[in-house]
Design a protein around this ligand. Structure first.
Ligand SMILES: [Zn+2]
Length: 405
C-alpha cells in the first residue's frame, strides 16, 4: 500500500465532510424561523443575519478549500522532505514543523483577516484594531508552535529510549498536560485580556447570595475586557477547586439587566453543581488517548516515511499527518458524542435557573445573547446533531417554558 496515496484520500474525505457541514449550514439560512423566536430579529436585523450568515459560510467554505489545496500540494509535491534532511531527529522535526506551520499560518491568516477585519467589521462585531489582530495571530502561531514542538520532542525522547512503552507513558503525559492547561487557562487568558474584580452593588450582592445559598465557593468574580475585541457576550467558570473563578464579559454586563446576568450566571452555576466541566474532561481524555494511539501507530510504521520522500522516520511528518488527516477523521465521532452529552447538560443548567426563579430572566437574557451574537435560529437538525454543543435557542426556550409550568 502506498501511504501517500492513502493519506491524500483521507485528506480529501476530511475536506469533503467539512464542506458537507458548511454547505448544509449555508443552505439552512432559508429554513423557516420557529414561532417562539420569531420576535428575536426585526425585519432589518433578520436581513442582516442572512447576509452575515451567507458571507461567513462562503468564507468558511473557501477557507476549507484553501487549507485543503495547501495540504494536498505540500504532500503531493514532497515539499517537506526538502527541509527535513538532518540526521538528528529533533532538528529534522523542527525544520519540517516550522515550514508547515508557517505556510498554514499564512494561508489561514488570510482567511482570519477576511473573517475578522472585513466581515465582522462590516457587521459591527469586530473591535480589534489591525494591531490587536496581528498580535493575536502571531501569539496563536507561536503558542501552537511551541506546544506542538514541545510535545513532539517529548515523544521523540520517550520513543527513542523506551520504544512501545511510549504509548502508556505518553498517554499519561498528555492527560497530565490536559489538566495543566485547564489549570493554567486563567493564566493563558491573561495573555490576551485584562481581568478586574466585579464592583460592589446589586449584581454582586445577588450573585454572592446565590452562591452561598447553594454552598458553592469561588475565589473571585471577575470582569473580562472582552469589549476590546468583540461585541459578543458570555460568562464562564474557570479553574478548579480553590482557584475557581467566575468570569463575566464586560459586554454581558453592559447589555443585560442584573436579573438577566444572574439568570445566565445561575445557568453556569448549574454546570458547576453537576460537574459538567469534569464530564467534558473525561471525554477529552478519551479523545487524547485516541490521539496518542494513532500518533504511536504512525510513528512506529516505518514504511510510511519513504512513501512521502523521506530517507527515514520523521517525527514532524508524523505530527502533520496526525493533525491534518488522521485525527480530523476520528474527531467527528467524538464531537457527535460530546455534543449530545453537552446539549443534555445545557438543558439541565437551564433548569437550574428555572429552579432559582430566573426562568423568565433567562429567556430574555438568552434572547439578548442570541441577538447580539446574531445566532442561527433555524439551523439544520443534521448540523445540530453533528456539531452543536448547545441546543438551539428555540429548543431551549421551549424546555424552559415547560419547566416553569
Ligand atoms: Zn451552558
Amino acid at each position: 500500500m502506498n501511504f501517500k496515496a492513502l493519506m491524500l484520500i483521507l485528506l480529501t474525505v476530511v475536506c469533503a465532510y467539512n464542506l458537507f457541514l458548511q454547505i448544509i449550514s449555508y443552505l439552512s439560512k432559508n429554513n423557516p424561523t420557529p414561532e417562539n423566536v420569531k420576535d428575536l430579529y426585526d425585519a432589518e436585523t433578520y436581513k442582516k443575519w442572512r447576509a452575515y450568515h451567507g458571507e461567513t459560510s462562503r468564507i468558511g467554505i473557501l477557507s476549507t478549500l484553501g487549507s485543503y489545496v495547501l495540504y494536498f500540494a505540500v504532500i503531493a509535491l514532497n515539499v517537506l522532505p526538502k527541509v527535513g534532511t538532518s540526521a538528528n531527529p529533533y532538528v529534522s522535526m523542527i525544520c519540517v514543523v516550522l515550514l508547515f506551520f508557517t505556510l498554514d499560518a499564512l494561508v489561514s491568516g488570510v482567511f482570519n483577516y477576511i473573517y475578522t477585519m472585513k466581515i465582522d467589521e462590516k457587521y459591527g462585531f469586530n473591535k480589534s484594531t489591525m494591531k490587536t489582530f496581528l498580535l493575536d495571530q502571531v501569539k496563536s502561531y507561536v503558542v501552537s508552535l511551541v506546544i506542538c514542538m514541545g510535545l513532539t520532542s517529548l515523544l521523540i525522547l520517550i520513543y527513542e529510549h523506551m520504544g512501545d512503552w511510549v504509548l502508556v507513558l505518553f498517554s499519561g503525559i498528555m492527560v497530565a498536560f490536559l489538566f495543566i492547561v485547564m489549570f493554567l487557562y486563567p493564566f493563558f487568558s491573561r495573555l490576551y485580556n485584562k481581568f478586574t474584580p466585579l464592583e460592589e452593588g446589586e449584581l454582586k450582592d445577588k450573585l454572592t447570595a446565590l452562591l452561598e445559598k447553594n454552598g458553592y465557593k469561588v475565589r473571585a468574580i471577575q470582569v473580562m475586557d472582552a469589549s476590546k475585541r468583540t461585541t459578543r457576550s458570555n460568562a464562564y467558570f474557570s479553574g478548579y477547586g480553590k482557584t475557581k473563578t467566575i468570569v463575566l464579559f464586560d459586554t454581558l454586563i453592559a447589555a443585560m439587566t442584573p436579573d438577566e446576568i444572574v439568570a445566565v450566571f445561575t445557568h453556569e452555576l448549574g454546570h458547576g453543581l453537576h460537574k459538567d466541566v469534569l464530564k467534558n474532561s473525561v471525554i477529552s481524555i478519551v479523545q487524547m488517548v485516541a490521539l496518542v494511539l494513532i500518533a504511536w501507530l504512525t510513528v512506529r510504521t516505518e514504511s510510511i516515511y519513504p512513501d512521502f520522500g523521506f530517507a527515514g522516520r520523521n517525527y514532524g511528518l508524523a505530527l502533520i499527518l496526525v493533525l491534518i488527516s488522521e485525527f480530523p477523521l476520528l474527531s467527528p465521532v467524538f464531537s457527535i458524542i460530546a455534543g449530545a452529552v453537552s446539549r443534555r447538560a445545557e438543558y439541565r443548567a437551564d433548569a437550574q435557573a428555572v429552579k432559582e426563579g430566573y426562568g423568565e430572566a433567562l429567556i430574555s437574557g438568552l434572547k439578548k445573547l442570541s441577538r447580539d451574537n446574531l445566532a442561527d435560529l433555524a439551523p439544520s437538525p443534521i448540523e445540530v446533531a453533528l456539531t452543536y454543543s448547545h441546543p438551539t435557542l428555540s429548543q431551549r426556550i421551549s424546555a424552559i417554558e415547560k419547566a416553569m409550568k
